[in-house]
Design a protein around this ligand. Structure first.
Ligand code: UDP
Ligand code: MG
Length: 314
């Protein structure tokens, strides 16, 4: 029985040796054999040479190195496509996902009742308040308008059976949003909870805007609801303007026609123009996604690896 552990790494030269040490300590105690798949997501620092050094002295270590930075989602996808294990797990390189949970996860899967073990953090301690607030709003919104079950505080730290990993690989969409994909494929999932931990080294790779874009992507990838906003606005406006029409006709008949109200007219025109632009923008977002999907570009390109028969263009 083989366990594949996928670790996406972007500029993690300091964290990687620490991660390797603690993961190896945990995995070598376990009964199953394992492979550690390190994915170098076009790091600008020495991450790749650290990986090569680790791979040289330990043949559990496999590395896949991208030709440039393709993003964490692409890195995870590359790992999934090349993982050979009966069980597949993903974790971050910065030790925010405690490796000590791995044996427990495997144990739960082996009992056969669940197909995947996912983790969620119960606190957002150590995170900026604004960011936590936006995150909470995002989860509330996306769960209302999408049919994929997306859990607040869910990490990408998970372990799953081969069947589920195959399902994840089969979702070959270009715009990937893993939390949505894991929820969409279904399967019986057990949730483990743990407290948020600080990064051991390096800095977070997510700025507020990068996260914001990611959230918008998540919504657009897993919900068609925003598309219907235009129709709702349209229906509401038609109804409202019909009432106004009646009001104005009656007023004209009763009071005559004094010239007034040009300011309010301009306000209404601008208001409606604004709503139209907003709705056009939403449609633009979906069209842009469709455009990218229709190009069928690869998710990532692997330029260096020590894995024989690795799929290099994914
Ligand atoms: N990561 C990546 N490519 C990127 C950004 C991040 O592979 O473009 C990796 C990063 O090395 C880490 C994981 O994704 O292993 C999570 O990133 P980070 O810890 O910066 O995110 P946070 O935990 O702050 O959400
Ligand atoms: Mg992190």
């Amino acid at each position: 029985m083989l366990l594949s552990l996928i670790v996406p790494c972007y500029n993690e030269q300091e964290a990687l040796p620490l991660l390797y040490k603690s993961v190896t300590a945990v995995l070598s105690e376990m009964e199953c054999s394992y492979e550690l798949i390190l994915v170098n997501d076009g790091s600008a620092d020495d991450t790749l040479s650290v990986m090569k050094r680790l791979a040289e002295k330990d043949d559990h270590v496999l590395y896949l190195s991208f030709s440039r930075n393709f993003g964490k989602e692409a890195a995870m996808y590359a790992g999934f496509c090349n993982a050979r294990g009966d069980y597949v797990a993903v974790m971050d390189a910065d030790m925010q996902d405690p490796p000590v949970l791995l044996p427990e996860m495997l144990h739960i899967l082996e009992q056969g009742e669940y197909d995947s073990v996912a983790t969620r953090r119960v606190s957002r301690a150590g995170e900026p308040l604004v960011r936590s607030w936006f995150a909470r709003m995002f989860y509330r919104l996306i769960n209302k308008i999408s049919d994929a079950d997306i859990v607040d505080g869910a990490r990408d730290f998970r372990m799953m059976k081969r069947e589920m990993a195959d399902a994840v690989v089969s979702m070959g969409e270009y715009n990937r949003f893993s939390k949505g994909i894991f929820g969409w494929v279904g399967f019986r999932t057990f949730w483990l909870e743990y407290e948020n931990a600080e990064r051991v080294a390096g800095e977070t790779k997510w700025s507020f805007w990068k996260l914001f874009r990611y959230a918008v992507d998540g919504i657009i990838n897993f919900s068609q609801t925003p598309l219907s906003i235009a129709s709702w606005f349209g229906m509401f406006m038609t109804f409202f303007s019909f009432l106004m029409l009646i009001f104005i006709v009656v007023r004209r008949l009763v009071f005559g026609d004094p010239v007034a109200g040009w300011a309010s007219t301009v306000c209404v025109v601008i208001f409606i123009g604004g709503i139209q632009m907003f709705c056009l923008g939403i449609m633009g977002q979906y069209i842009a996604k469709t455009y990218m999907e229709s190009k069928k570009r690869p998710h990532c390109i692997i330029s260096e690896t020590n894995m024989e028969d690795a799929k290099k263009i994914l």
